[in-house]
Every structure is written in structure tokens, then in C-alpha cells.
Design a protein around this ligand. Structure first.
Ligand code: GDP
Ligand code: MN
Length: 382
């Protein structure tokens, strides 16, 4: 570490964490957080953690997105922690509202039904819905409420990558409030992605709640039947559908099998923005959106991203960051190899670990991607 003493009368140095160490990131990449003003505490602890474990050496810019204007306090405290440039943007209303083609009466009725059936998060516009919590369910008017889960899931599925402030970037790392990082990341994961022709990186994989995506796979099948040119010859259909054959060049449909609900947990993503901007993914999103399923059901951005990347990108462009220790309630994972701990790189409980949990889809990923995982071995990032 080089010690540079900042002049004490420089006001900018007083609010900045030490940015004097290490290299600067060289990729067109940003750390991006969609976040509410009310989540300031969780945002701060996530930023602190990502800075300490990674960004204090790379100084990548942070991009904060919100459906409402950020408060002065939010801007003051978050920019005080960031070691790179910061940008704050309000999402345009069109990207955060119920489109005209969605029938709001049908949508409200479906939300009531999902609430009555206690489908997790299904019955409420609010993501903080807890099954058995008292309701009346929201009246149809509430369908226009802006602070809502369905808007967030739709935004993260089809809009974040085309926001004005995101257009200058090719890569993003999605960070949510309240996450934890348990290991030093001493290389540039964006460079790793680019050099190794990766498109999508994840840490945790699990099953989606079936009742929130009742027709998602049928709609996907329909899209692929009409647009089979987008289906990648080396796709990951065998990750998404049990018993599916690995697809061959020239396959033009998804077969009859059902989606097994496996998806990459999207609260952590390091991925290519260009992929989402591609014709294949954009057309897929537009088709899904035209069906109204984000509102009639409760399609999450995680299964939508996973199916998109699983069908339209090559399997070997999907990367599991096995060297990352990560937590987002209620799940966490921790590198299992001894070296990551003996070196001091990671601090986490190796037995509190989701990878091999019965709700984890990672064993399936290992199988279909041909990774033979030896016990306690770190799956190196190369
Ligand atoms: P969960 O992780 O599935 O429980 O969902 P979260 O509540 O964490 O929401 C996912 C991400 O979207 C987080 O980064 C939230 O801060 C953000 N988010 C969710 N709802 C809203 C909202 O209404 N407005 C804004 N600005 N951000 C939201
Ligand atoms: Mn979250």
C-alpha cells in the first residue's frame, strides 16, 4: 500500500474512503443497485461490503436506480462510501407502470385469488407480503401504485439494461441492499467474463415458486416455436427441463417437458448488458410482456433471466462464481476449499452452505455443465 496523505483542506477527501490502493477497473462496467430510499441502511452495508472485498481496488462506478427521486440523505451517505463515481437515476414512468394492454380488473382478481391461496408474494402488489398476514387485498386502483413488486420484477426483466445511465456500460454487477460478501475478490470479474466469453455469472441457484409462473414456460415454448432462430445450438435446456436431451444444432423447439423451476438467483448477477440488448432477449421480453404475465401472475426476473440466458446463450457462457462467498436472506454459500479459508481470503461458515441443499439447483448445474466437483475443492474461476 502506498501512503499518500490527502491535503486536509480538500473537502472531497474527507468524505472518500481510501482510494489510493491498487489498480483501476478497465471494463465498461458498473455496480448497479435498484433500491428504495427506505432501504438506506441495507444499501450502505452492501456498498461497504462490496467496497471492502472488491471495489476499493478497482473503483468501478456505482449506479443507483429508483422509481422515486433519491433523497439528499440517500445520496450523501451512499456516495460517501463509494470509491468510484456515483450516479443516481429515476426510472421513467413507462418502465414502472401497468401497460395499457393489461386488464386491471383481471389482474386485481388474480391477486385476490393468489392471496387467498397464500401463494408467496402472489397476492400483494407489495413485495413485503407475508402469507397469512391480514388483508383486504388491494383494490383495483392499487394496481397503479408505484412501489410494487410486479413493477420491480418487470423492470429487472426488461428495462434496467436500457436505462439512460446504463447505456454506456457493457457489464453490470447487481447488488441488493442487505447482502453480504464473505471473500476478497482480488481479480476483476468483468475482465474475467470478457476474456472467457462469459455472458452470465451467478452464485446461487434454486427453484422458483411454481404458482407464480404458471404459464411462463408455455409462453416461452410458444415464443421459441415462432422464433426458433434464437435458440442457441448449445443451449442449457437440460438444466431447465428434467430429462431433456442436451439440444443439438438445428433443434427448433423445446419439446414437451415442463420447466423444472431451476433458476439462477438474480439478486446477485455479474453479466453482459449486451446480451439483454440482443434481438433474441429483447424480443423474448417483449413477447412475455405482451402476454401480461408479469401482472396476471407474478413472473420473477430470476426465471426470466435464467430461461433467456439458458436458451439464447451458449451453456459455456454461463459461469458459477464458486470463489464467491455470498449471502442474501435467507440463503448463503461459502467456498468449501481449505485454501480460501487458510489464506484468510474468506470468512464464512463452511457448514452453513446452500450449494448442496435439497432446494439448490447447483448439483443439477454441475451435472449438465460437466463439472465434476471433488468434495471440498474450490471450483476455480478459470
Ligand atoms: P427480494 O430480494 O426478492 O426479497 O426482493 P427485494 O425486496 O430485495 O427487491 C429486489 C430489489 O429491488 C432490491 O434491490 C430492492 O431494493 C429493489 N426494490 C424492490 N421494490 C422496489 C421499489 O418499489 N422501488 C425501488 N426503488 N426499489 C425496489
Ligand atoms: Mn433482496
Amino acid at each position: 500500500r502506498t501512503d499518500t496523505t490527502e491535503p486536509e483542506d480538500d473537502p472531497s477527501s474527507a468524505t472518500r474512503y481510501d482510494t489510493t490502493t491498487g489498480q483501476n477497473g478497465t471494463e465498461k462496467a458498473t455496480l448497479v443497485m435498484l433500491v428504495r430510499n427506505s432501504e438506506l441502511d441495507g444499501a450502505l452495508s452492501s456498498i461497504r461490503m462490496v467496497e471492502d472485498r472488491f471495489n476499493r481496488r478497482f473503483h468501478y462506478p456505482w449506479t443507483f436506480l429508483n422509481d422515486r427521486p433519491f433523497t439528499d440523505d440517500f445520496i450523501k451517505y451512499t456516495s460517501g462510501l463509494a470509491s468510484g463515481p456515483v450516479e443516481y437515476a429515476v426510472v421513467p414512468e413507462d418502465d414502472w407502470s401497468v401497460p395499457d394492454h393489461v386488464n386491471k380488473t383481471v389482474m386485481a382478481a388474480e391477486m385476490v385469488r393468489m392471496a387467498e391461496e397464500e401463494i408467496i408474494y402472489g397476492g400483494s402488489l407489495s413485495y413485503r407480503y407475508v402469507p397469512n398476514q391480514a388483508f383486504p387485498p388491494p383494490a383495483p386502483a392499487a394496481a397503479n401504485d408505484s412501489g410494487t413488486l410486479r413493477h420491480m420484477c418487470r423492470f429487472n426483466s426488461g428495462f434496467f439494461y436500457n436505462q439512460e445511465v446504463m447505456r454506456k456500460y457493457d457489464w453490470y454487477w447487481r447488488v441488493e441492499p442487505g447482502i453480504e460478501l464473505y471473500c476478497d475478490i482480488d481479480y476483476d470479474p468483468f475482465t474475467f467474463m470478457r476474456e472467457n466469453k462469459k455472458i452470465y455469472g451467478f452464485v446461487i441457484s434454486m427453484y422458483e415458486f411454481k404458482d407464480t409462473i404458471t404459464t411462463l414456460w408455455d409462453r416461452t415454448r410458444q415464443f421459441v416455436a415462432e422464433n426458433s432462430q434464437f435458440l442457441h445450438a448449445n443451449n442449457s435446456l437440460d438444466f431447465l427441463v428434467d430429462g431433456a436431451q442436451p439440444s443439438k444444432p438445428g433443434d427448433k423447439h423445446l419439446g414437451n417437458g415442463n420447466y423444472n423451476l431451476c433458476h439462477f438467483w438474480s439478486n446477485f448477477e455479474i453479466a453482459s448488458l449486451e446480451f439483454y440488448r440482443s434481438e433474441a432477449y429483447s424480443r423474448y421480453f417483449e413477447f412475455l410482456d405482451s402476454t401480461g404475465g408479469f401482472f396476471y401472475e407474478r413472473w420473477g426476473d430470476a426465471p426470466v433471466h435464467s430461461i433467456g440466458v439458458g436458451l439464447f446463450a451458449p451453456k459455456d457462457s454461463i459461469h458459477h462464481f464458486a470463489d464467491f462467498g455470498y449471502s442474501h436472506a435467507p440463503c448463503s454459500r461459502c467456498p468449501q476449499d481449505d485454501e480460501s479459508h487458510a489464506s484468510g481470503r474468506c470468512l464464512c461458515n463452511r457448514s452453513k452452505h446452500f450449494d448442496s441443499d435439497s432446494y439448490s439447483c447447483l448439483p443439477r448445474w454441475w451435472r449438465v455443465s460437466g463439472i465434476n466437483k471433488a468434495p471440498n475443492e474450490l471450483l476455480k474461476h478459470t
